[in-house]
Design a protein around this ligand. Sequence first.
Ligand SMILES: C=CC1=C(C)c2cc3[nH]c(cc4nc(cc5[nH]c(cc1n2)c(C)c5CCC(=O)O)C(CCC(=O)O)=C4C)c(C)c3C=C
Ligand SMILES: [Fe+2]
Ligand SMILES: [Fe+2]
Length: 367
Amino acid sequence: MPFRKEPPFTHGTVTGNAIVLVNLGTPDEPTRKAVRRYLKQFLADPRVVEIPAMVWWFILHLFILPFRSGKSAAKYRSIWTRDGSPLKVHTEKQAALLGKMLAERGHEGVKVVMAMRYGSPSLPEVLDQLKEEHCQRIVVLPAYPQYSGTTTASVWDAIYAHYARVRNIPELRLVRHYHDHESYIEALRERVETYWDTHGRGDKLVMSFHGIPKRTLMLGDPYFCECQKSARLLAASLGMGADEYIVTFQSRFGKAEWLQPYTAPTVQELAQQGVGRIDVICPGFTSDCLETLEEINMEVRHDFEAAGGKEFHYIPCLNDSPAWITGLAEIAEQHLIGWPTILTPAQRAAQKRDAQVGAQHAAQLGA
Ligand SMILES: C=CC1=C(C)c2cc3[nH]c(cc4nc(cc5[nH]c(cc1n2)c(C)c5CCC(=O)O)C(CCC(=O)O)=C4C)c(C)c3C=C
Ligand SMILES: [Fe+2]
Ligand SMILES: [Fe+2]
């Protein structure tokens, strides 16, 4: 297999650092065609659907893509913004603000860019661009606080696959999770309390996480336990007792059993038990997206109200809240340790000397 072409390099070029904020991905447009293209890439990932490849190929192409693409496109249309898909808009903003915040905290030469695991901008195109810009140290920061093989490890697969075709590989740091990081929990706490300050407080706080198949948990995926820990830490930071909140799992896909309790039937039961007002937060999603804005804030809201619930309050994701941008910066900083992002005067002088010597060297070589 041929290696990808290396960009021209001049001795003495100052090499840079980068943070790649990677999110799941989203369709380019809320059309049947674009959603089909996105779902095809997403659902063909063997990390996401663990069924023998041939069998799954037939199910995917004969049943899932023809029927789901149109339905999902209609859902995407209901949340689409003038700037595009909410997931992408929020992730892009987070990346821009994180770059700004790191600069304000004294880091130099740290580029922050966003990439998507499925769809665009793709990881390969973003990693190629960073190479063009001589970034030789890269932190890959998935937008998922809780590790799962279905999400985090799939990002790593894409990174490994890309660099398997690269001759000169940068230094890499892959962030596994931050489900119990104090800055993440603090940003969530601040989100909930700010919401309560403005809208009052409900009878129950529902913490709804994206589900995965139960089998995946039984086979050793730590995602469920990490969700429970995030929920417990958030509840503790809010001073809540065990009966004041509940952890649920949403977005079940297919017929197999997924992590329980499921969000929709749980909120229906709460309504039937006479719980008048619930507040719902989705701590596993750092950006609002189809799963929060449509599934939770439209479908699950309807389920709750149809079952007799009086008030359904959806608390938005962390998105670009200042506390979360600070949180991202603190998480990023832990993974930048030891890299030359905050230079001492001596290091700066050495860098300048390197560039001069490099330029002389290049001139001697006739480069
Ligand atoms: C937050 C973590 C996520 C996990 C874990 C996860 C697992 C997982 N997802 C599917 C199937 C679908 N997910 C879809 C959308 C979607 N999923 C996540 C996050 C996680 N998924 C996000 C952020 C989104 C929203 C994307 C957006 O564009 O806004 C979809 C597509 C939408 C639809 O057609 O319903 C599917 C399908 C599986 C099978 C799975 C684990 C096995
Ligand atoms: Fe999903
Ligand atoms: Fe969904």
